[in-house]
Ligand binder design. Sequence first.
Ligand code: FES
Length: 112
Amino acid sequence: MPKFTHHVFICGNQRTPGHPRGCCNCDGKDALREAFKSELTRRGLTPLVRANKAGCLDQCEMGPIVVIYPQEIWYGNVQPHDVPRIVEETIIGGRLLDDLLIKDDQLNNTKA
Ligand code: FES
């Protein structure tokens, strides 16, 4: 079985409304993950590119959060309408999207 070229993890964490850290999937509908699955299928990128639901990725305040491995690309405030652009520019084209990118010094590495 070939290795994935990109493994996209989409935070699907839910919290109660009004939680101070927010959440990435407040309504529990997994719209972002569904958008990735649909776009990857439409573009014929499966199975080499895989989109999986993740638990909290601990970057909640910048959510909804998506991280792409092994490239270690973190995107924040990602909306379903951003997904075709992420697939086209980042996954296919190898280009970072500055408006979504969470830079290393912005990543929360301290909270449990
Ligand atoms: S709830 Fe999505 S990163 Fe924490």
